[in-house]
Design a binder for this molecule. Structure first.
Ligand code: NAG
Ligand code: NAG
Ligand code: NAG
Ligand code: NAG
Ligand code: NAG
Ligand code: NAG
Ligand code: NAG
Ligand code: NAG
Length: 738
C-alpha cells in the first residue's frame, strides 16, 4: 500500500491507476462488491427512518444469503435518494430490474489529484475584507482529513460558529476554526497507522484546507525552503472536514455520502481535489452528481482539473456546474543544482531539503549497479533493484524517471534522475538528496560520465529562484479539447490557479516525499498538483461570497472567470485548453460588473440537448424531468466562456446566445470589443448594452464563422470584452478540432 500515498507524484500516480482498476475488476462473481443504487426523487413525506426502511426492503428482495442490514453500506437520505450496498454479481443483476431503481453502478475508487501564492495572485494580507461575514463562511473539504493541532487551524480569537451550522465532529475534537469533521470508510479498510477518525495521516487534506482558510502563520518553511508567511485566502472562514480518502484511495460510495452530509450541514462552498479520469457519463461520476445537488442548494463546488496533462482531452470534473481548476506556476521556482567534477552546474528541479553535499561523490549508473542482473528494474531505479555494495558512498544516476525508491533503499548518497516524463516545470520531493534533470541536461550529464573514468558530482540543497515567465500552466495539468462527449461545447478547464511548489500545512504522519520510509516529519510541506490549485479557487470563491452572499454558484463562477487575468499562449501552446479564462484574480472578482448567471433548469435543458435520457438525468439531478421536444442548441447554455469543438477540414459556423445580469452600476452602458483573430469572423449583436438598474438582464448573441482549422493547429481563439469603462468583463472564444 505504501506507494499509494503518491498522489502528488504524477508519475507513480499514473502507474498506480492501472493497479487500482485491476484490483477493482478482479472480484469474482461470488464475491461481493459495493454498488451505488440510484432511486427516484425523495418525497417530502419520507423521513430519514422511512427512506432507510425502503432501501432495506428492496435489498431484502434481492439478497441470497446475507441480511439487508449487513449488505447496506449507506442509505443516502438527505439530498439524494439511493443507497450503496455490498452485492454479488447475481444480486446486482436482480436489483437492476426492481421497481423504483433508476440505475446501479459499481462503486469506483478515485484518487487525489495532487506561500507566496496569495501575494502572487494579488490578494495581500492587507486586502479589503468583510471580516464578520467571512467568519460566517464555512468551507467543506472533501479530502484526506485534517491535522487539527497545526498552527494553521488554531482558533485564537475566533468566535463560535454561526447558528446556521448543523455539522458534527466524529471521534475528533473540533474548535472554532474546524467546526465539523466527519469520516467515511464503509469498507473499513484501515492501514496500521490510520485512525477511525477524520485525522489526516497523509498531509494532502491539511494542505488543501490551509490553502483555503488557514490562519496566518509567520516564518514558515520546509527546512528553510520557501520561508515566509503561510495563510489561506479567507483566514477567518471556518473549515468542515469530510474525510473520504484513505491509504487505499477514495471510494465513490464514501464520496457521495460526504456530499450528502456537507449539503445538509450547511457548508457554503465545497472543495474537491480528487477525480475519476475514466468516466463516460456524468451519471457515473459521484463528483458530478454530488456537485449538482450542492448547486441546487446554492453551493459552488470547486474541483481539480486532473493531473494527466499535457495530453489533450484529459480533464476530469468537467460538469458545467463545477468550477474546473487548472494548475499554474507562481514566480517562485524551486531548483536543486548538481555540479559535475568538471565544474559544470545544472539547474535540476527537485525539492531537496538535505544539506548541500560538502564534497564530490562518485557517480554510478543505475544499470551498472543492478542487483542480481535485474537491469530492467534497476534501470527504473525501483526499490530493491540496486546492489547496496555497488552504490555505497555513491550518487546513483537513473536515466528514466524514478521517485527515488531504489537508490534510497540501497543507501545511496544521492540520486540524479533524468526526467524523461517531461515534468520539468515542477519540483517534487525525493527520500534522498536528488536533482531531476531535463532530457537535454541529462544527455549532458551522460556525456560527462562517459568522458572520465571516475565521474563525480555533488548535489545542492534546493533554493527558491524568481521565475519571470510565471504564470504558465504546469505540464501535468490536464488539458481540455478533444471529442469528449460530455461537454463538447463547453471550454474546460474554467480557469487556472497556483498549483506548483505550494507550501502549506501538512500532517506530521505524512512524510515529506511520498516514499513510505521517508522519516522526515514536517508540519508544512511543498507539493504540486491540480489538488493544490483547486483550493486556491475555492478560497477565491469564498472571498467573493463574503461580498455577495446571495449570489448563485454560477454567478460566483462567472465573476471569477470574467475577471481572470489573460495568460500568455507563448508558454502554453494549448492556450485556453490549458488555462481556460485565465489566471484567477480574486480581488477583481468581487466587482465583475456583469455576470452570466445560470439556474438548475438550464443545466437540465443542457443535459437534454446533449442527448441524456430522462433516466440518466434523474441519476444526476434527482428529478423527474421531460426534455423539451425541440432540442435546444448546446451552445445555448449561458456559460461565461464561448467554446466549441469543430470537425477538422470543414468550415464552421456557431452562434452563442447569452444573457448578462448587471451587478455593477445601476445605469451603465457596456460596449463589446472582440480580439483580432484572422481565422474567425465574429459578430456580437447587439454590441452595446444599456442598463437602467441593478440585476437587470440583457441578451446578446455571438456569431462566429471560420474557415477549416488545420489538423495540426490545436486551438483557434480570441476574446470578447464587455466594458463600461470601469468593469472589464472578458470571455475567451475558443475553437478546437474534435
Ligand atoms: C476513534 O478513534 C480511535 C483511534 O483510532 C479508535 O480506536 C476508535 O474505534 C474510534 N471510535 C469510533 C467511534 O470510530
Ligand atoms: C524564522 O525561524 C528560524 C528558525 O526557526 C529563525 O532562525 C529565524 O530567525 C526566524 N525568522 C524570522 C524572520 O522570524
Ligand atoms: C544554481 O545554479 C544557478 C544557475 O547556474 C545559479 O544561478 C545558482 O546560484 C546556483 N545555486 C546554488 C545554490 O549553487
Ligand atoms: C538476488 O539473489 C539472492 C541470492 O540468490 C536472492 O536471495 C534475492 O532474492 C535476489 N534478489 C532479487 C531482487 O531478485
Ligand atoms: C508572451 O511571451 C512572449 C515570450 O516571452 C513575449 O514576447 C510576449 O510579449 C508575451 N505577450 C504578452 C501579451 O505578454
Ligand atoms: C447615472 O445616472 C446619474 C443620475 O441620473 C448620472 O448622474 C450619471 O451620469 C449616470 N451614469 C451613467 C454611467 O450613465
Ligand atoms: C447568428 O446566427 C443565427 C443562427 O445561424 C442567425 O439566426 C442570426 O441571424 C445570426 N446573427 C447575426 C448577427 O449574424
Ligand atoms: C470572413 O468574412 C469575409 C467576408 O464575408 C470572407 O471573405 C472571409 O473569408 C471570412 N473569413 C473567415 C475566416 O471565415
Amino acid at each position: 500500500m505504501a506507494t499509494m500515498r503518491s498522489y502528488s507524484f504524477l508519475i507513480t500516480f499514473l502507474f498506480l491507476f492501472s493497479s487500482f482498476l485491476n484490483d477493482f475488476y478482479a472480484a469474482t462473481a461470488a464475491e461481493k462488491k459495493v454498488y451505488m443504487v440510484y432511486m427516484g426523487e425523495l418525497s417530502k413525506a419520507e423521513d430519514e427512518f422511512n427512506t432507510e426502511s425502503v432501501h432495506l426492503g428492496i435489498l431484502d428482495q434481492v439478497l441470497d444469503s446475507s441480511s439487508a442490514r449487513e449488505s447496506l453500506v449507506y442509505s443516502y437520505r438527505k439530498s439524494f435518494n439511493g443507497f450503496a450496498a455490498k452485492l454479488t454479481e447475481k444480486e446486482h443483476k436482480k436489483l437492476r430490474g426492481m421497481e423504483g431503481v433508476v440505475s446501479v453502478f459499481p462503486s469506483k475508487t478515485l484518487q487525489l489529484d495532487t506561500t507566496r501564492s496569495w501575494d502572487f495572485l494579488g490578494l495581500p494580507t492587507t486586502v479589503k475584507r468583510m471580516p464578520t461575514v467571512e467568519s460566517d463562511v464555512i468551507i467543506g473539504m472533501i479530502d484526506t482529513g485534517i491535522w487539527p493541532e497545526s498552527e494553521s487551524f488554531s482558533d485564537n480569537g475566533i468566535r463560535p460558529p454561526p447558528s446556521k451550522w448543523k455539522g458534527i465532529c466524529q471521534n475528533f475534537t473540533c474548535n472554532n476554526k474546524i467546526v465539523g469533521a466527519r469520516f467515511y470508510n464503509a469498507r473499513q479498510i484501515y492501514n496500521e497507522e490510520e485512525e477511525q477518525s477524520p485525522r489526516d495521516f497523509e498531509g494532502h487534506g491539511s494542505h488543501t484546507a490551509s490553502t483555503v482558510a488557514g490562519c496566518e502563520v509567520k516564518n514558515t518553511s520546509l527546512y528553510g525552503l520557501a520561508e515566509g508567511t503561510v495563510r489561506g485566502a479567507v483566514p477567518s472562514a471556518r473549515i468542515a472536514v469530510y474525510k473520504v480518502c484513505w491509504s487505499f484511495g477514495c471510494a465513490d460510495h464514501d464520496i457521495l455520502a460526504a456530499f450528502d452530509d456537507a449539503i445538509e450541514d450547511g457548508v457554503d462552498v465545497l472543495s474537491v481535489s480528487l477525480g475519476s479520469p475514466f468516466i463516460t457519463s456524468f451519471a457515473e461520476d459521484v463528483v458530478s452528481i454530488g456537485s449538482f445537488h450542492a448547486m441546487k442548494k446554492g453551493i459552488l463546488t470547486s474541483a481539480s482539473a486532473g493531473n494527466r496533462g499535457p495530453a489533450s482531452a484529459t480533464i476530469t470534473n468537467f460538469a458545467p456546474w463545477v468550477l474546473t481548476v487548472a494548475a499554474s506556476t507562481t514566480d517562485r521556482r524551486i531548483i536543486s543544482n548538481v555540479t559535475t567534477g568538471n565544474k559544470i552546474t545544472m539547474m535540476g528541479h527537485a525539492v531537496n531539503t538535505f544539506p548541500t553535499q560538502e564534497k564530490y561523490h562518485p557517480i554510478i549508473s543505475a544499470v551498472k549497479a543492478a542487483r542480481n542482473h535485474s537491469t530492467g528494474s534497476a534501470r527504473n531505479c525501483l526499490p530493491n533493484s540496486l546492489d547496496k555494495d555497488l552504490v555505497k558512498g555513491k550518487i546513483v544516476y537513473c536515466d528514466t524517471y524514478s521517485s527515488g525508491g531504489g537508490p534510497f533503499v540501497a543507501n545511496a548518497l544521492g540520486m540524479v534522475v533524468l526526467d524523461d516524463a517531461g515534468y520539468d516545470d515542477t519540483a517534487f520531493s525525493y527520500p534522498l538528496p536528488a536533482a531531476a534533470l531535463t532530457i537535454a541536461e541529462g544527455r549532458e550529464f551522460e556525456q560527462y560520465m562517459k568522458s572520465t573514468r571516475k565521474p563525480v558530482a555533488k548535489i545542492y540543497k534546493s533554493q527558491a529562484i524568481h521565475d519571470p515567465k510565471a504564470p504558465y500552466v504546469a505540464s501535468f495539468s490536464s488539458r481540455g479539447g478533444g471529442s469528449s462527449r460530455f461537454s463538447p461545447n463547453i471550454l474546460k478547464p474554467d480557469l487556472s490557479a497556483p498549483g506548483v511548489d505550494i507550501l502549506a500545512a501538512w500532517s506530521p504522519k505524512g512524510g515529506v516525499s511520498n516514499y513510505e520510509d521517508d522519516k522526515r516529519s514536517v508540519m508544512y510541506n511543498i507539493i504540486s498538483g491540480t489538488s493544490m490549485s483547486c483550493p486556491h479557487a475555492t478560497g477565491a470563491a469564498a472571498y467573493v461570497k463574503t461580498f455577495h452572499p446571495s449570489w448563485s454558484p454560477a454567478a460566483i463562477k462567472s465573476a471569477l472567470m470574467t475577471t481572470a487575468s489573460p495568460m500568455n499562449s507563448s508558454y502554453n501552446e494549448e492556450a485556453e485548453l490549458a488555462y481556460g479564462a485565465g489566471h484567477i484574480y480574486p480581488l477583481k472578482a468581487i466587482n465583475p460588473g456583469l455576470v452570466y448567471d445560470l439556474q438548475k433548469s438550464e443545466y437540465i435543458q443542457y443535459l437534454c440537448s446533449m442527448g441524456y435520457d430522462p433516466k440518466e438525468i434523474k441519476i444526476i439531478t434527482g428529478e423527474d424531468i421531460t426534455c423539451a421536444k425541440v432540442k435546444q442548441f448546446e451552445s445555448g447554455l449561458n456559460y461565461p466562456s464561448f467554446g466549441a469543438g469543430v470537425d477538422s477540414g470543414a468550415s464552421f459556423a456557431h452562434y452563442f446566445p447569452r444573457t448578462v445580469t448587471n451587478v455593477g452600476i445601476p445605469n451603465s452602458t457596456y460596449k463589446a470589443t472582440v480580439g483580432k483573430q484572422p481565422l474567425l469572423n465574429i459578430t456580437v449583436d447587439p454590441d452595446v448594452l444599456s442598463f437602467k438598474s441593478l440585476n437587470e438582464k440583457q441578451q446578446f448573441t455571438v456569431n462566429v464563422s471560420g474557415e477549416a482549422i488545420d489538423q495540426d493547429v490545436l486551438v483557434v481563439s480570441t476574446w470578447l470584452l464587455w466594458s463600461d469603462g470601469i468593469h472589464n468583463v472578458r470571455s475567451p472564444i475558443v475553437f478546437w478540432v474534435k
